[in-house]
Write a protein that binds this ligand. Structure first.
Ligand SMILES: Cc1cc2nc3c(=O)[nH]c(=O)nc-3n(C[C@H](O)[C@H](O)[C@H](O)COP(=O)(O)O)c2cc1C
Length: 353
């Protein structure tokens, strides 16, 4: 996300965490995670304690199909928060993504805000850069620097076009972004060893766009959709001008829901790793995403909220989420994730998708 003054960033974090920036789409025909249920098994015939939620992701074994999504790292406090959240992710054994590293590419001294490998030595880490920056002077070498800076296992290029529209002074010329992403993918694949994921920040990715990104060479997606933090709403709420405030309201539920976004991306990319995020609040939500086709589900604002209470609170929160994932697998009689993926007993409303 775009670089801002410290005071602006604090306002963004406040607005993202106060509970008033969450939306679900107003359309009754949309598919929400809350529309989905599992057909229960009265006789699960499995031992809850033996249920295995682990999987291999980015070449590393993680304890459950959930991760901490990227959040801002461009200010001192967020640097401390990054370290705390990454350390908690390491304790429970799940991936962690840092927020946009643009500030650290510009001011090398700020790299330390993102360097969490010492507290998170074994988990997959995602580097992060706004895709729009790739048409504003940044190129594959800068993206590679972001990866090396934090010893990341993968790169997230984030897409946030509608957020930039509402943000006062946002980057709104998106001409050439796809081509620039392709350049990064080509260069990264020549250098080998670091997959490029493209991620939304909460508006969803449609199947036709996923196909274009696949053709551009991306290695994975995070299809963050509507249902959680709305970045148009956040930008509208922190805006000073009336027009941006109104645009933020008008477009507060712009896009595909998270459930729809998973189905759309899976139409185009059947085999690539797919993170789903946007409004994931419980382990039951995570399980629904996996049942729809996601590899891993990401959580942002609930983790940041817990982080304001300290590392133990983040660990406790994440442990509860994993307990909820395990309970869901148990409740449908699945001893492990692959059994769950084969037969999740997910019930979908018939009239949609
Ligand atoms: C305070 C905050 C800062 C964020 N900064 C970034 C960022 O720098 N890069 C990015 O890709 N996503 C960023 N996000 C978006 C999240 O990763 C996520 O996609 C979005 O908030 C939806 O998830 P949620 O409903 O669980 O909050 C940020 C989210 C929050 C709450």
């Amino acid at each position: 996300m775009a670089t801002r003054k410290l005071s602006d960033k604090l306002r963004h974090i406040d607005a993202a965490l106060d509970g008033k920036s969450e939306v679900s789409t107003a359309s009754p025909s949309a598919l929400h995670l809350s529309d989905l249920r599992f057909l229960p098994m009265t006789l699960p015939e499995v031992d809850l304690d033996a249920v295995d939620t682990s999987l291999v992701f980015l070449g590393k074994t993680i304890s459950a199909p959930v991760m901490v999504s990227p959040m801002t790292g461009g200010l001192k406090q967020a640097g401390d928060l990054n370290r705390m959240m990454a350390a908690a992710a390491e304790v429970v054994g799940i991936p962690f993504g840092v927020g946009s590293q643009r500030v650290a590419l510009e001011v090398p001294d700020r790299a330390k805000d993102f360097q969490v490998r010492d507290v998170a030595p074994t988990i997959p880490l995602f580097a992060n850069l706004g895709a729009i920056q790739l048409v504003k002077g940044y190129g594959p070498d800068d993206a590679w620097r972001a990866v090396e800076m934090i010893e990341a296992d993968a790169l997230y290029l984030h897409l946030n076009a509608m957020q930039e529209v509402v943000q006062e002074g946002g980057d709104t010329n998106w001409t050439g972004v796809l081509q620039a992403i392709e350049k990064v993918c080509t260069e990264f694949s020549a250098r080998k060893g670091c997959p490029v994921f493209v991620r939304e920040v909460g508006f969803g990715i449609a199947a036709d766009e996923a196909r274009r990104l696949l053709d551009a060479g991306v290695d994975g997606f995070d299809c963050a959709g509507v249902g959680g933090t709305s970045w148009t709403l956040v930008e509208g709420r922190v805006a000073e001008g009336r027009q941006a405030q109104t645009l933020g309201q008008t477009f507060s539920a712009w896009g595909l829901t998270t459930a729809e976004s998973i189905l759309e991306v899976r139409r185009a990319a059947t085999d690539l790793p797919l993170v789903s995020s946007g409004g994931i609040r419980t382990g039951l939500d995570v399980a629904k995403c996996v049942a729809l086709g996601a590899t891993v589900a990401g959580m942002a604002s609930p983790v940041l909220r817990a982080a304001t209470e300290g590392e133990d609170a983040v660990v406790a929160f994440l442990r509860t989420v994993i307990a909820e994932i395990r309970a869901t697998l148990f409740g449908v009689g699945a001893p492990d994730l692959s059994a769950f993926q084969k037969n999740s007993r997910l019930m979908r409303p018939e009239r949609r998708h």
